[in-house]
Design a protein around this ligand. Structure first.
Ligand code: UD1
Ligand code: UDP
Length: 369
C-alpha cells in the first residue's frame, strides 16, 4: 500500500480555481503527495474555463451549481455532497482557498470527519461580519475549522494572532494569486474583445452581494456618467452571470456606444484586459491583488476592504459604491497625469510568486510530523 499523503484540494468558484491552480500544480509534482482535485462546481462555466486555462483535470465533480442559488441551499448541498466523498475515501488533509460558501462548508464537512484542513489565503478580515457578505463570516468560520493557516501577508497573520490562533499554526506565504499571474502575464495574451484604437480602456467588474440593488445601480450610473464626461475612454465591463448583476447592468448600460458589456472573460483574456486597461473599477477581491502587480490603478467600489496593503501603499483607492465618489475619483485619474502616475507605479504587497512552493513545504513538514 502507498504511504503517500492523500491530499484533497477543493475548488468551487472562479477565484478559488485561479488561486488554487498553482498549489495543485506544485503538489502534483511532489512524490510524497497523492493529490485528488474536487470541484464542488459552485460555479460551473466560470470554474471550467480556469481549469482548462491551467490544464488541470478534476478527479471528483459534485456539479452543484443551480441558477440563482441561495446561500442556504448551496451550503446544504455542499455539506451533503462532501460527506458522501469523505464516507467513500480517506484523506490525510483537505485544502480550501478563500472565503466562499464552498470553503466554509467543505471545512465544516472535513471537521465533522476529523480531517485536518489547510486554509489558503487565511486571516483576511474587515472586522465587519456583514461586509463583505457572506465572505467575512465564511473566512472566520473556515479559520476556526483549520489546522494550517496560510496567510498571504503579515497583516493577515496579525489578524489571526489577535484572534488567538497559535503563532506556530499561522504561516505567511504570500498570495498564490501572484503565482498564477506570474505564470501567465508575460505571455502575449489576447483579450478577444475589440476596443476602439486610441481610447483609454476602463475595465469594470462587480458582483458583491452587499452591492446588489441600489449600490450596483449607483455603480452603473457612475460608469454612464464617466463615458458621457470623458470622450477619450471606452469601458469594457465583463458582466458576472449572477442574475442580480446581469439584470441591473443591462438595464442601465446596454446599448451605449462607449461601453462594451461582455460575458465574463476567461482568465487569460482577462489578464490581457487588465494589461491593456488604463484604469480599473472593481469590487473584486482578486482584481485588487492582481492590478497593482501590473501597475494598474484600481478604484474599489466597496465600503471596506480586507486587503488594506495596496490601499496603504496608495496604488488602490477605496471609493465605496457611490456614484459621485466613483465619478470624482475616476475623473481625477483620467485628467491629472501626476495623480495617475502616483497610483500606476505598481508593485505588489501580495506576494513574490513563491506562495505555492511555501505552502507545499509547510504541508510536507506538517504531514510528516
Ligand atoms: C461567489 C462567491 C463570492 C465570490 C464570487 C466570485 C459565495 C457566497 N459567493 O459569488 O464570494 O467572490 O463567487 O465570482 O460563495 N453563475 C452562472 N455560471 C457560473 C457562475 C455563476 O450562471 O459559472 C450564476 C448562477 O445563476 C449562480 C449565480 O451566478 O446561481 C450565483 O453564483 P454563486 O457562486 O452562488 O455566487 P457568486 O455571486 O458567483
Ligand atoms: N476574472 C476573470 N474574468 C473576468 C473577471 C475576473 O478571469 O471576467 C478573474 C480575475 O483575474 C481574478 C478573479 O477572476 O483572478 C477574481 O474573481 P471574482 O472577482 O469573481 O471574485 P473575488 O476575487 O471577488 O472573490
Amino acid at each position: 500500500m502507498s504511504n503517500k499523503k492523500k491530499i484533497l484540494i477543493v475548488v468551487g468558484t472562479r477565484p478559488e480555481a485561479i488561486k488554487m491552480a498553482p498549489v495543485i500544480l506544485a503538489l502534483r509534482a511532489e512524490p510524497w503527495a497523492e493529490v485528488t482535485v474536487l470541484a464542488t462546481a459552485q460555479h460551473r462555466q466560470m470554474l471550467d474555463q480556469v481549469m482548462a486555462a491551467f490544464a488541470i483535470s478534476t478527479d471528483i465533480d459534485l456539479n452543484l451549481m443551480r441558477p440563482n442559488q441561495s446561500l442556504t441551499e448551496l451550503t446544504a448541498r455542499i455539506l451533503h455532497g462532501m460527506d458522501g466523498v469523505f464516507e467513500a475515501r480517506q484523506f490525510d488533509a483537505v485544502l480550501v482557498q478563500g472565503d466562499t460558501t464552498t470553503v466554509m462548508a467543505v471545512a465544516m464537512a472535513a471537521f465533522y470527519r476529523g480531517i485536518p484542513v489547510g486554509h489558503v489565503e487565511a486571516g483576511l478580515r474587515t472586522g465587519d461580519i456583514r461586509n463583505p457578505f457572506p465572505e467575512e463570516m465564511n473566512r472566520v468560520v473556515a479559520g476556526r475549522l483549520s489546522r494550517w493557516h496560510f496567510a498571504p501577508t503579515t497583516s493577515a497573520q496579525q489578524n489571526l494572532i489577535r484572534e488567538g490562533y497559535p503563532a506556530a499554526d499561522v504561516h505567511v506565504t504570500g498570495n498564490t494569486v501572484i503565482d498564477a499571474l506570474m505564470a501567465v502575464a508575460s505571455r502575449e495574451l489576447d483579450m478577444g474583445v475589440d476596443i476602439p484604437v486610441g481610447k483609454k480602456l476602463v475595465l469594470v467588474t462587480s458582483h458583491r452581494r452587499e452591492n446588489f440593488g441600489e449600490p450596483l445601480r449607483g455603480i452603473c450610473l457612475a460608469v454612464r456618467d464617466l463615458v458621457e464626461r470623458h470622450g477619450d475612454i471606452h469601458v469594457l465591463y465583463p458582466v458576472h452571470p449572477n442574475p442580480n448583476v446581469v439584470n441591473t447592468v443591462n438595464e442601465i448600460l446596454a446599448g451605449h456606444p462607449a461601453i462594451t458589456l461582455s460575458q465574463p472573460l476567461d482568465y487569460l483574456p482577462f489578464v490581457a484586459a487588465m494589461k491593456r486597461a488604463h484604469l480599473i473599477l472593481s469590487d473584486s477581491g482578486g482584481v485588487q491583488e492582481e492590478a497593482p502587480a501590473l501597475g494598474k490603478p484600481v478604484l474599489v467600489m466597496r465600503r471596506e476592504t480586507e486587503r488594506p496593503e495596496a490601499v496603504t501603499e496608495g496604488v488602490v483607492r477605496l471609493v465605496g459604491p457611490d456614484r459621485d465618489a466613483i465619478v470624482r475619483n475616476a475623473s481625477l485619474l483620467l485628467t491629472d497625469d501626476d495623480a495617475y502616475a502616483h497610483m500606476a507605479r505598481g508593485g505588489s504587497p501580495y506576494g513574490d510568486g513563491q506562495a505555492s512552493r511555501r505552502i507545499v513545504a509547510i504541508l510536507r513538514e506538517g504531514l510528516a510530523a
